[in-house]
Design a protein around this ligand. Structure first.
Ligand SMILES: NC(=O)c1ccc[n+]([C@@H]2O[C@H](COP(=O)([O-])OP(=O)(O)OC[C@H]3O[C@@H](n4cnc5c(N)ncnc54)[C@H](OP(=O)(O)O)[C@@H]3O)[C@@H](O)[C@H]2O)c1
Length: 235
């Protein structure tokens, strides 16, 4: 099985890539070459996901390597009150968090169709399920992934291809810490809003990715699954 993980250089994506080595050939992409090399993947491809040309080349790489499983994990966060929107920053986050996953899926699907098997797993965010004040751009991209997974889940069901979105709550990574620092709240105050009073661990997300790839999960498609330590349920 050939697997491509985006954002595999650190954080959640790195743990996903490590975890999936036991079930297939893991191909990795991100911008940090040293970190990708250290992962010792089956192959790696450097790509700035906001760059249209580089993204199209990553699409070619997907076709060349006959990717059966695409994990759209890479993402960026932005803390921006809506009335402070700048068009270039808006374009950037839309490109990295939403355009890239959709485009990469479009390049992976033709081979998956010939195999009558495929798995596309997006890493969304609980912010795309619940909303997050001053992070509407980020939340909109993550909600977009949920809509994309529902629609393509339907469209590709007849080909044995499943498409799902995992929505983590707060995870202890660079992005998680940066988003806390940009917010108006202290780490302790944020954790206090989480029913389990803890960060989600990257391995919890990686374990679910592994399950969604398995044959036992073949009936799960078009779904939006929260891994949020209870955050989405209420207070
Ligand atoms: N941490 C959280 O609390 C949390 C919560 C909910 C959802 N998520 C989602 O989980 C996913 C992973 O987040 P994380 O917490 O693991 O973040 P992270 O530690 O900051 O890692 C982000 C990864 O994405 C890659 N990346 C970022 N921008 C990129 C770009 N423009 N082009 C190519 N690669 C890019 C980075 O690689 P390079 O820097 O090497 O390019 C890195 O491998 C994201 O989609 C995020 O939205 C995170």
């Amino acid at each position: 099985m050939n697997i491509l993980v985006t954002g595999a250089s650190k954080g959640i994506g790195r743990v996903i890539a490590q975890e999936l080595k036991s079930i297939g050939n893991v191909y990795a992409t991100a911008r940090n070459e040293q970190a990708l090399k250290e992962l010792k993947p089956a192959g790696y491809f450097l790509c700035e996901l906001s760059d249209e040309y580089e993204l199209s080349k990553l699409g070619d790489y997907i076709c060349e390597n006959k990717i059966d499983v695409l994990v759209n994990n890479a993402g960026e966060y932005t803390y921006t009150p809506v009335d402070e929107t700048k068009i270039n920053k808006l374009n950037h986050i839309l490109a990295v968090n939403l355009r890239a996953p959709i485009y990469l899926a479009s390049r992976a699907v033709p081979y998956m169709k010939t195999q009558k098997f495929g798995r596309i797993i997006n890493i969304g965010s609980i912010s795309g399920v619940m909303g997050e004040a001053n992070a509407s751009h980020y939340a909109a991209t993550k909600s977009g992934l949920i809509g994309f997974a529902k629609s393509t889940g339907l469209e590709l069901a007849q080909y044995g291809i499943t498409v799902n979105t995992i929505n983590p709550g707060w995870v202890d990574t660079d992005l998680g810490h940066a988003s806390i620092e940009m917010s108006d709240f202290l780490k302790e105050e944020i954790l206090d809003t989480v029913p389990q009073k803890r960060f989600v661990e990257p391995i919890e997300v990686a374990g679910l990715v592994k399950y969604l790839i398995s044959d036992r999960a073949k009936g799960i498609t078009g779904q939006s699954i929260n891994v949020c330590a209870g955050l989405s349920v209420g207070i």
